[in-house]
Design a protein around this ligand. Structure first.
Ligand code: HEC
Length: 135
């Protein structure tokens, strides 16, 4: 039996329609733990090629989105400026389900494993302390 609390949470999420209000792991298809790929250098290496295919048209090859004049895509090298969370799980969610109105979801085009490799690449171009450390 679902508790009254979870019914209220569901109603609130429906009313406000936002993944933002829902607990991160409550979203269907959303993993509860980050995949170890997100902390691997080899994952980041593979993720870079998928990044260049899927993301650079908006975020630029270096992730900084300076050349884009149509809209401001996030500067992926500066997580302190982001809105949708900076942990590996948050980055996974932004890629899989999209972020805001202009960042498209990739759930129909990219496998979870590929998304984790891209997460590793995004972490790898960010601040030194969050870069992947394992092989
Ligand atoms: C069609 C253009 C477009 C493509 C393609 C795109 N993005 Fe984005 N992305 C955006 C925009 C615009 C935002 C800012 C959304 C906002 O703040 O409302 C964004 C936001 C993000 C965020 C969230 C930043 C925050 O504020 O929390 C991440 C992470 C991200 N993008 C990563 C990626 C990755 C990785 C890819 C490739 C798999 C990708 N994006 C593909 C346009 C794009």
């Amino acid at each position: 039996m679902r508790s009254r609390y979870s019914q209220i949470a569901t109603i609130l999420a429906l009313l406000f329609g936002s993944a933002h209000l829902t607990a991160i792991s409550a979203q269907e298809g959303m993993p509860t733990e980050p995949d170890p790929i997100a902390d691997s250098k080899s994952g980041a290496e593979r993720g870079k090629s998928f990044y260049l295919i899927n993301c650079q048209q908006c975020h630029d090859a270096d992730g900084r989105a300076l050349a884009n004049i149509d809209f401001i895509a996030a500067d992926l090298t500066a997580p302190d400026t982001w809105y949708y969370g900076t942990t590996p799980l948050h980055i996974f969610r932004s890629i899989k389900f999209g972020a805001g109105l202009e960042m498209p979801p990739f759930e129909d085009t990219l496998e979870d494993e590929t998304i984790w490799q891209i997460v590793a690449h995004v972490l790898n171009i960010g601040p030194e302390e969050t870069r992947p450390t394992k092989e």
